[in-house]
Design a protein around this ligand. Structure first.
Ligand SMILES: Cc1cc2nc3c(=O)[nH]c(=O)nc-3n(C[C@H](O)[C@H](O)[C@H](O)COP(=O)(O)O)c2cc1C
Length: 368
């Protein structure tokens, strides 16, 4: 049987992020991009052993393609969790072998797994076998990948990086997502572990050169479409996390910028109505609107009046009785601050694309 190693959507992926990339975020993201790959938050395989189907919450028709990220270090449980994920309809499965949070370390998974590369290989192999069994029983072929870093603690030499990647490759893995920095398990918070250890993109490029048939996704510190295009000269896919939190509107242009689609990029203003529809739909299902709108605080980042928009939205979306209209009110407050001009509604695909790229370039400044 030939396994499927990756889906074309992996050219651009939104990173798995706990407390961010839940089903609500993913439905919001799909209003902007049909093509990119979306990841779940990390779900512990152990938690899935106790019949908690809500952990796999998914609106498949809306969100697809979605990759379920699993955490764990016991091959058997990871295999079971893989099967559950495939049965639930996830389009891909990923093993987290790079996340350094304390919660994760105490369960002996995430970044600590890097200390035993062979164990990552065993976990992967069990997951791949489970996926193959599902395919043999008539389910669609679902790729299995691993997300890791280039090293951990004092295990950070060039040789160690290659030992780690080789162990995973030799277990049969053909899609690796590499966060291009190491993790310090002691002394740094998870947040610091995303900024303090220096990025080393070159070693990720070297991994790709060394394993030409390995689909390599690069991750860490990528902010703009220009950054993405530069990395894509060396590797197969890019994964962005914090840049999307800061500037979610980047997703509105990704299909055009990186997947060659020609339809017009929606302006920010044009996204207001569909976002309100989503909030109304989810509110009717019992989800408060702020669970949608918290992901849209950065929608107008870098645009005149955006501070007012953001302040209005954050102050009002959690109020008792807040409804979908809060987004429109925040938008109107911004338009009023701009002197009533609502020019962006008529923006063409090209100019919007330019704006988006500029916004992405300014993502750091746009954190208001
Ligand atoms: C809020 C937050 C939560 C995260 N949760 C996870 C997670 O569940 N699994 C994981 O593999 N990485 C997690 N990460 C790490 C990201 O997936 C990514 O590797 C990291 O942020 C570097 O990419 P970036 O520089 O594009 O943000 C998280 C990052 C953030 C900011």
């Amino acid at each position: 049987m030939t396994a499927t190693y990756f889906l074309p959507s992996e050219r651009f992926a939104v990173a798995p992020m706990v407390d961010v990339t839940d089903t609500v975020f993913r439905q919001m993201a799909r209003i902007m991009s049909r093509r990119c790959m979306l990841y779940t938050e990390m779900i512990a395989a152990e938690a899935l052993m106790h019949d908690r189907p809500h952990l796999l919450d998914l609106d498949l028709e809306v969100e697809s393609p979605v990759c379920l990220q699993l955490g764990g270090s016991e091959p058997e449980k990871l295999a079971k969790a893989t099967t559950l994920g495939i049965e639930r309809g996830y389009n891909a499965i990923n093993l987290n072998a790079g996340c350094p949070s304390d919660k994760v370390q105490s369960g002996c998974f995430g970044a600590v797994l890097m200390k035993t590369p062979r164990l990552i290989g065993e976990c992967f192999a069990a997951m791949q076998e489970a996926a193959d069994k599902c395919t043999a029983s008539g389910k669609p072929a679902v790729p299995v990948s691993v997300k890791t870093r280039i090293g951990v603690d004092e295990l950070d030499s060039h040789d160690f990086t290659f030992e780690l990647m080789s162990a995973i490759y030799e277990a049969g893995c053909r899609h690796l997502i590499i966060h291009a920095r190491k993790a310090w398990l002691k002394g740094l918070s998870p947040k610091e572990n995303r900024t303090v250890p220096p990025l080393n993109y070159d070693i990720v490029y070297e991994v790709k050169k060394h394993f030409p048939d390995l689909f390599v996704t690069i991750n860490g510190g990528i902010l703009t479409f220009d950054d993405c295009r530069e990395h894509l000269k060396h590797v197969d896919g890019v994964m962005l996390g914090r840049a999307i939190i800061d500037n979610p509107y980047m997703l509105a242009a990704v299909d055009q910028e990186l997947f060659g689609e020609e339809r017009a990029v929606p302006s920010r203003d044009e996204l207001i109505a569909p976002m309100m529809e989503l909030a109304a739909k989810l509110q009717a299902q019992g989800t408060a609107v702020h669970f949608v709108y918290r992901h849209l605080l950065g929608l107008f980042g870098g645009i005149a009046g955006s501070r007012l928009y953001r302040r209005y939205l954050s102050e009002n979306m959690t109020k008792k009785g807040a409804g979908p209209e809060v987004l429109q009110q925040a938008y109107k407050a911004m338009i009023a601050a701009r002197g009533g001009a609502d020019t962006a509604t008529t923006t063409t695909a090209n100019t919007t694309t330019t704006t988006t790229t500029t916004d992405a370039n300014n993502a750091e400044e746009a954190k208001v």
